[in-house]
Design a binder for this molecule. Structure first.
Ligand code: ADP
Length: 480
């Protein structure tokens, strides 16, 4: 089977959030299952920088081709590989749309996404590459299935090509004024409530949901939650109407990239049989962060976008109380300035107990995953969540809210089984209770050993998920 994964970010070429991890790791796991896989992404400025840093090269495949949009801008196509593999990554190049410093930094995200989507389709056509399945991801590529079922309906290059659309976060749908229909050269007849119109606007994600052959999201629990008004972000009706083709496939993590016994980003290595390295990583982290160096104080890590979705409001409510309970707190993140400021302030007031690094640093993130005892992730909603998975892999015990993928990966510790702690009702008093429970078990040596064992033996491999994706690709072809 020949499959193209289309994504706005792909690790390690450009990463902002969890989507990059998925788009970087899933192709490798699919390749191991004999899928002929290609990846398409924009040639962001960040990608250019990273290609150089990673010692990769890129070659031009197609020079300046037109897209049939309401712009004279042309796209070029380059090709590189996913590092360490022969999986081709096709890069859509255009100076005007992809030269901002940040992946999502374009002043006009709508035009940029349309340009990318259309360029991918035109590139496939010009390359005469026929794919059995095109797997589009998130709102930036939501219009891809729409194009295939409208303007490209009779295009031989896509004859028999099925589409799968994956929602990584329903909170970001890509809502734009109707005038973008003109820019995209999409037919007017689809601007209605049964298709891509959404309260008077053009909704890219709604297009992806309605026009693709299979829809998926990144955990079974989230796939159910989004059909309800509480989590559906006003698309619950649309999702209900597609529930016969809506599936939840839990993400995996890259086991080679994230291996505490060989990860070059952490100072000391360890595995289940010998956890000495983890204790040393903790000491190292305490030192680096300017915290009191003590092995028997639980360190709670938090690596996150600092936004309400991630539970920052309830964490903020209880911080002063939590640090009075004999814990240390290490935060790495960027986001809402109110949270950046309040955590920086706490770190100033309690330098030996709280450290707050405001910024994005994947190497430091890894040292926190390895050096912490607990990892805090009390999300308001969580499509899948990767932080809790990396934590488990590094023997760091998640404290979560049981929602979405957190509910599918974390099992409450009962003294014997279970790999974490959590609560259901989104409320700071429940969060406190879970943290206190975690601290209680931390001081019982045997419990901590069991917890770490259960965490590190949880199956989070991409092999399992890739098998499920493969079944859905088959189903997409049958549904097409
Ligand atoms: P989301 O994609 O909603 O932000 P996920 O948990 O799915 O949340 O994925 C977030 C990913 O980004 C994780 O790999 C996490 O380690 C990483 N991350 C988040 N914030 C930072 C940061 N400030 N520095 C480094 N990595 C970060």
């Amino acid at each position: 089977m020949k499959v193209a994964v289309v994504s706005f970010e792909v690790y390690p070429l450009a990463k902002v959030g969890g989507l990059a991890d998925v788009a970087g790791a899933l192709p490798k796991a699919l390749k191991r299952k004999d899928v002929d896989i290609s990846v398409f992404m924009p040639f962001h400025k960040k990608v250019k920088e990273n290609i150089e840093k990673l010692g990769l090269t890129s070659e031009k495949v197609l020079d300046e081709f037109s897209l049939g949009l309401a712009t004279d801008e042309k796209a070029s196509l380059y090709k590189t590989n996913l590092p360490g593999t022969d999986i081709p990554v096709y890069l859509i190049e255009n100076e005007h749309y992809f030269s901002s410093d940040d992946v999502y930094g374009s002043p006009d995200g709508g035009e940029q996404a349309i340009f990318f989507t259309k360029a991918v389709l035109e590139a496939m056509k010009n390359m005469k590459a026929h794919f059995d399945v095109i797997h589009a991801n998130d709102w930036q590529t939501g219009l891809l299935p729409v194009y295939l079922k409208t303007s490209y309906n009779n295009e031989p290059a896509f004859s028999g090509t099925a589409t799968m659309y994956t929602i990584h976060n329903l909170g970001y749908q890509g809502l734009f004024d109707r005038v973008y229909m003109g820019f995209a050269r999409l037919p007017d007849y689809i601007f209605n409530a049964d298709a891509i119109e959404f309260y008077g606007k053009l909704n890219f994600m709604k297009g992806g949901i309605i026009f693709s052959d299979i829809v998926s999201t990144v955990s079974p629990t989230y796939a159910e939650e989004i059909k309800t008004p509480e989590y559906g972000e006003k698309l619950e009706g649309v999702l209900q109407s597609r529930s016969d083709v809506l599936y939840g496939v839990l993400n995996g993590i890259d086991y080679e990239e994230n291996d505490p016994s060989s990860d070059k980003r952490i100072p000391y290595h360890y595995d289940l049989n010998n956890l000495d390295g983890k204790s040393k990583d903790k000491e190292d982290l305490q030192k680096e962060m300017g915290l009191e160096i003590k092995p028997d104080i639980p360190v709670i890590g938090l690596i996150s976008r600092l936004v309400d979705q991630k539970g920052l409001d309830i964490i903020n409510d209880i911080m002063r109380y939590v640090i009075s309970c004999g814990v240390q707190f290490v935060l790495l993140g960027t986001g809402d300035s109110k949270y950046e400021e309040s955590f920086s302030q706490l770190a100033k007031e309690f330098p030996e107990k709280v450290s707050a690094k405001i910024g994005f640093d994947i190497n430091l993130a890894q040292r926190i995953y390895a050096g912490s005892d607990f990892f805090l992730m009390p999300s308001r909603y969580e499509p899948c969540g990767l932080g809790q998975m990396y934590s488990l892999r590094y023997g760091t015990i998640p404290i979560v809210r049981y929602t979405g993928g957190l509910a599918d990966t974390i099992v409450e510790f009962d003294g014997e089984n279970g790999n974490g702690f959590g609560f259901k009702s989104y409320d700071s008093s429940h969060l406190i209770r879970s943290i206190l429970k975690a601290i209680y078990h931390y001081h019982k040596d045997d419990d901590m050993k069991k917890l770490i064992h259960n965490a590190m033996t949880t199956d989070l491999s991409w092999e399992r998920s890739a098998g499920e994706y493969l079944k859905l690709y088959d189903l997409a072809l049958r549904n097409h």
